[in-house]
Design a protein around this ligand. Sequence first.
Ligand code: GUN
Length: 297
Amino acid sequence: MTAKIIDGTAIAQQVRDEVAERVRTLATRGVEPGLAVVLVGENPASVSYVRGKTRDAAAVGMRSETIRVPADVSQEELLRLVNELNENPGWHGVLVQLPLPDHIDERSITEAVMPEKDVDGLHPVNVGRLFRGEPGFLSCTPHGVIQMLLRSGHDPAGKHAVVCGRSNLVGKPLAGLLMQKRRGGNATVTVCHTGTPDIATYTRQADILIAVMGRPGTIAADMVREGAVVIDVGVNAIPDATKKSGQRLVGDVDFDSVAQKAAAITPVPGGVGPMTRAMLLWNTVLAASGGPESLDR
Ligand code: GUN
């Protein structure tokens, strides 16, 4: 079997078109959705991710601004900035790009963003709502994965989904979404992690296999069931002398061999990454429309 490619770039464009339509509708009501992004320091990956987020916002007619803060900012100054953004009615969404420098307590910054503007869906209130199946902002990468599955004809309902990785950013909330009794959920979910002996025993049982480990080539062909749907959330830079930058991006899945066995697979780049940014815009439109309760997903 040679896998069909699940094209994240194309599906993200679909989502952005829908968001752009909602932005136009909001404009007729005098509402202009606004997204404030805080970027601390010069981490090259973060700089690149944030550039992608603001470029996508512009593409759907959304107002966004990146507030750049030096890496040696104090915790108090950063908290003050987040509070200012919280209180400014012009910003419907507020996002602090992670990771933060070591001297900053990431948890208190994440919790400082008010849940009603937490378009990242990382505040514990929104994470709690996600797990309880209540309206709240869904974290962007997990929601992007669900939308990718649905829109490519791979509804997780009734399937065995195996999530490899248990990060707060992706693994845990993704498992939470997949198990919900709602559209995009209803899967039977197994979560594998560094404490799982013989991970392949589980991955080989997956109808939908999701790799979120952050290590290149961790999922090899012998770990995948023939005909599985494989979603690669990993983004790893590896040395490549043929590239001008001296490196290239690969996922956690050994793409070439797994693509021979899977029914469908996401590429890296061009898979989950664009979906994460699209769902951020989606959340920002929801925030500007009166919150996640205001629209059906
Ligand atoms: N760093 C990597 N992914 C993300 C994300 O989705 N949100 C934020 N705030 N930081 C990130």
